[in-house]
Design a protein around this ligand. Structure first.
Ligand code: SF4
Length: 211
Protein backbone atom coordinates (compact mmCIF):
# COMPACT_ATOMS: atom_id res chain seq x y z
CA UNK A 1 0.00 0.00 0.00
CA UNK A 2 1.30 3.49 -0.81
CA UNK A 3 2.13 5.81 2.14
CA UNK A 4 -0.69 8.17 1.25
CA UNK A 5 -3.17 5.28 1.35
CA UNK A 6 -1.71 3.99 4.62
CA UNK A 7 -2.13 7.41 6.22
CA UNK A 8 -5.70 7.62 4.98
CA UNK A 9 -6.41 4.15 6.39
CA UNK A 10 -4.92 5.11 9.78
CA UNK A 11 -7.05 8.26 9.81
CA UNK A 12 -10.16 6.22 9.08
CA UNK A 13 -9.31 3.71 11.80
CA UNK A 14 -8.72 6.39 14.45
CA UNK A 15 -12.11 7.93 13.71
CA UNK A 16 -13.84 4.72 14.78
CA UNK A 17 -11.27 3.42 17.27
CA UNK A 18 -12.43 1.92 20.55
CA UNK A 19 -9.05 0.85 21.92
CA UNK A 20 -9.12 3.23 24.89
CA UNK A 21 -11.49 5.42 26.87
CA UNK A 22 -10.49 8.56 24.99
CA UNK A 23 -13.02 7.37 22.41
CA UNK A 24 -15.69 8.82 24.77
CA UNK A 25 -14.31 12.37 24.70
CA UNK A 26 -13.73 12.32 20.95
CA UNK A 27 -15.80 14.52 18.69
CA UNK A 28 -13.31 14.14 15.87
CA UNK A 29 -10.19 12.01 15.92
CA UNK A 30 -7.06 13.99 15.08
CA UNK A 31 -4.78 11.56 13.25
CA UNK A 32 -2.39 14.23 12.01
CA UNK A 33 -1.77 16.28 8.90
CA UNK A 34 0.99 16.80 6.41
CA UNK A 35 2.60 15.27 3.35
CA UNK A 36 3.23 11.53 3.21
CA UNK A 37 6.88 12.18 2.29
CA UNK A 38 7.63 14.78 4.99
CA UNK A 39 11.25 14.79 6.15
CA UNK A 40 10.30 16.24 9.51
CA UNK A 41 7.57 14.95 11.79
CA UNK A 42 6.36 16.83 14.87
CA UNK A 43 4.75 14.71 17.57
CA UNK A 44 2.79 16.50 20.25
CA UNK A 45 0.71 15.27 23.16
CA UNK A 46 -2.98 15.10 22.24
CA UNK A 47 -5.79 17.10 20.68
CA UNK A 48 -7.25 20.00 22.63
CA UNK A 49 -10.64 21.68 22.31
CA UNK A 50 -10.11 23.25 18.89
CA UNK A 51 -8.43 20.18 17.45
CA UNK A 52 -11.28 17.97 18.67
CA UNK A 53 -13.76 20.32 16.99
CA UNK A 54 -11.93 20.44 13.66
CA UNK A 55 -10.18 17.07 13.47
CA UNK A 56 -6.89 18.83 12.72
CA UNK A 57 -3.71 19.06 14.80
CA UNK A 58 -2.41 22.26 16.39
CA UNK A 59 -5.14 24.65 15.29
CA UNK A 60 -5.65 26.45 18.63
CA UNK A 61 -3.41 29.04 20.31
CA UNK A 62 -0.51 26.56 20.67
CA UNK A 63 -0.87 25.80 16.96
CA UNK A 64 -0.66 29.49 16.07
CA UNK A 65 2.50 29.75 18.13
CA UNK A 66 3.87 26.64 16.40
CA UNK A 67 3.14 28.29 13.04
CA UNK A 68 5.13 31.36 14.15
CA UNK A 69 8.05 29.21 15.28
CA UNK A 70 8.07 27.26 12.02
CA UNK A 71 7.88 30.44 9.98
CA UNK A 72 10.87 31.91 11.82
CA UNK A 73 13.04 28.95 10.82
CA UNK A 74 11.74 28.92 7.26
CA UNK A 75 9.82 25.67 7.53
CA UNK A 76 6.44 25.87 5.79
CA UNK A 77 3.84 24.04 7.83
CA UNK A 78 2.57 22.23 4.79
CA UNK A 79 5.99 20.58 4.37
CA UNK A 80 6.02 18.90 7.80
CA UNK A 81 3.80 16.19 9.24
CA UNK A 82 2.20 17.07 12.57
CA UNK A 83 0.56 14.56 14.87
CA UNK A 84 0.20 13.58 18.53
CA UNK A 85 0.87 10.56 20.72
CA UNK A 86 -2.86 10.17 21.33
CA UNK A 87 -5.31 10.85 18.53
CA UNK A 88 -8.39 11.62 20.65
CA UNK A 89 -8.87 14.46 23.11
CA UNK A 90 -8.25 13.70 26.79
CA UNK A 91 -11.18 15.14 28.78
CA UNK A 92 -10.49 18.67 30.06
CA UNK A 93 -7.07 18.48 28.44
CA UNK A 94 -5.76 16.21 31.18
CA UNK A 95 -2.54 14.29 30.64
CA UNK A 96 -2.92 11.07 28.65
CA UNK A 97 -2.77 7.95 30.82
CA UNK A 98 -0.17 5.24 30.34
CA UNK A 99 -2.76 2.79 29.02
CA UNK A 100 -4.05 5.38 26.54
CA UNK A 101 -0.52 6.08 25.30
CA UNK A 102 0.08 2.36 24.91
CA UNK A 103 -3.23 1.80 23.12
CA UNK A 104 -2.58 4.59 20.62
CA UNK A 105 1.11 3.98 19.99
CA UNK A 106 0.49 1.55 17.14
CA UNK A 107 -1.11 4.32 15.06
CA UNK A 108 1.91 6.58 15.57
CA UNK A 109 4.32 3.75 14.76
CA UNK A 110 2.46 3.00 11.55
CA UNK A 111 2.51 6.70 10.61
CA UNK A 112 6.27 6.86 11.21
CA UNK A 113 6.78 3.72 9.13
CA UNK A 114 4.66 5.12 6.29
CA UNK A 115 6.28 8.57 6.25
CA UNK A 116 9.81 7.49 7.20
CA UNK A 117 10.89 10.98 8.32
CA UNK A 118 14.55 11.87 8.78
CA UNK A 119 13.81 13.88 11.89
CA UNK A 120 11.21 13.48 14.62
CA UNK A 121 10.68 16.52 16.82
CA UNK A 122 8.86 15.62 20.01
CA UNK A 123 6.77 18.39 21.53
CA UNK A 124 6.33 18.00 25.27
CA UNK A 125 7.28 15.30 27.73
CA UNK A 126 4.84 12.58 26.66
CA UNK A 127 6.18 12.29 23.14
CA UNK A 128 9.76 12.75 24.42
CA UNK A 129 9.24 9.84 26.82
CA UNK A 130 8.31 7.56 23.95
CA UNK A 131 12.01 7.74 23.01
CA UNK A 132 13.70 8.80 26.25
CA UNK A 133 11.50 7.35 28.98
CA UNK A 134 13.58 8.56 31.92
CA UNK A 135 14.66 11.95 30.60
CA UNK A 136 13.56 15.21 32.14
CA UNK A 137 12.41 17.69 29.55
CA UNK A 138 14.05 20.56 31.42
CA UNK A 139 17.41 18.87 30.73
CA UNK A 140 16.76 17.11 27.43
CA UNK A 141 15.00 19.84 25.45
CA UNK A 142 16.85 21.08 22.41
CA UNK A 143 19.38 18.24 22.43
CA UNK A 144 19.25 15.82 19.52
CA UNK A 145 19.82 12.09 19.80
CA UNK A 146 19.94 9.45 17.10
CA UNK A 147 17.68 6.51 17.72
CA UNK A 148 17.61 3.60 15.29
CA UNK A 149 19.20 5.82 12.66
CA UNK A 150 16.65 8.61 12.98
CA UNK A 151 17.27 12.01 14.55
CA UNK A 152 14.99 12.67 17.53
CA UNK A 153 14.90 16.20 18.88
CA UNK A 154 12.92 16.82 22.07
CA UNK A 155 11.35 20.27 22.45
CA UNK A 156 9.02 21.76 24.99
CA UNK A 157 5.40 21.77 23.89
CA UNK A 158 4.53 25.21 22.47
CA UNK A 159 1.60 25.37 24.91
CA UNK A 160 4.11 25.26 27.78
CA UNK A 161 5.47 28.62 26.66
CA UNK A 162 1.95 30.05 26.51
CA UNK A 163 1.22 28.91 30.07
CA UNK A 164 4.69 29.70 31.42
CA UNK A 165 6.06 32.80 29.69
CA UNK A 166 9.48 32.15 31.27
CA UNK A 167 9.81 29.14 28.91
CA UNK A 168 9.18 31.15 25.77
CA UNK A 169 12.79 32.07 25.16
CA UNK A 170 13.87 28.42 25.60
CA UNK A 171 11.23 27.26 23.13
CA UNK A 172 12.27 29.91 20.61
CA UNK A 173 15.97 29.09 21.06
CA UNK A 174 15.32 25.36 20.52
CA UNK A 175 13.37 26.00 17.34
CA UNK A 176 16.04 28.40 16.10
CA UNK A 177 18.55 25.52 16.26
CA UNK A 178 16.36 23.10 14.32
CA UNK A 179 17.89 23.84 10.88
CA UNK A 180 21.35 23.28 12.42
CA UNK A 181 20.28 19.91 13.84
CA UNK A 182 18.87 18.87 10.49
CA UNK A 183 22.07 19.87 8.74
CA UNK A 184 24.23 18.04 11.29
CA UNK A 185 21.96 15.01 11.43
CA UNK A 186 24.69 12.69 10.17
CA UNK A 187 27.09 13.76 12.96
CA UNK A 188 24.78 12.96 15.85
CA UNK A 189 25.86 9.72 17.53
CA UNK A 190 23.49 6.83 18.09
CA UNK A 191 21.86 6.95 21.50
CA UNK A 192 23.32 4.24 23.71
CA UNK A 193 21.21 2.68 26.40
CA UNK A 194 23.29 1.54 29.38
CA UNK A 195 22.72 -2.04 30.44
CA UNK A 196 22.71 -3.32 34.01
CA UNK A 197 24.90 -6.29 34.88
CA UNK A 198 23.02 -6.80 38.14
CA UNK A 199 20.46 -9.09 36.64
CA UNK A 200 20.32 -10.40 33.12
CA UNK A 201 16.60 -9.75 32.90
CA UNK A 202 16.70 -6.29 34.44
CA UNK A 203 17.81 -3.03 32.89
CA UNK A 204 18.99 0.13 34.62
CA UNK A 205 16.94 3.23 33.96
CA UNK A 206 18.14 4.73 30.68
CA UNK A 207 20.81 7.39 30.93
CA UNK A 208 20.45 10.26 28.54
CA UNK A 209 23.36 10.45 26.14
CA UNK A 210 23.29 13.89 24.64
CA UNK A 211 25.20 15.12 21.64
FE1 SF4 B 1 -8.07 4.79 19.73
FE2 SF4 B 1 -5.98 6.37 20.10
FE3 SF4 B 1 -8.44 7.38 20.21
FE4 SF4 B 1 -7.58 5.77 22.15
S1 SF4 B 1 -6.75 7.79 21.65
S2 SF4 B 1 -9.60 5.68 21.14
S3 SF4 B 1 -6.28 4.33 21.01
S4 SF4 B 1 -7.43 6.49 18.41
Amino acid sequence: MEPVDLLALIAKETSACTKCDLQYSRKNAVPGAGPQNAEIMFVGEGPGFHENEQGLPFVGPAGKFLDELLEKVGLPRDEVFITNVVKCRPPNNRDPLAEELAACDGFLERQIAAINPKVIVTLGRFSMQKYLPNAKISQAHGQAVRIKGRLVVPFYHPAAALHQPSLRSAVEADFARLPEWIEKAGDVPEYVEEQSHKDDDEQKPEQLSLF
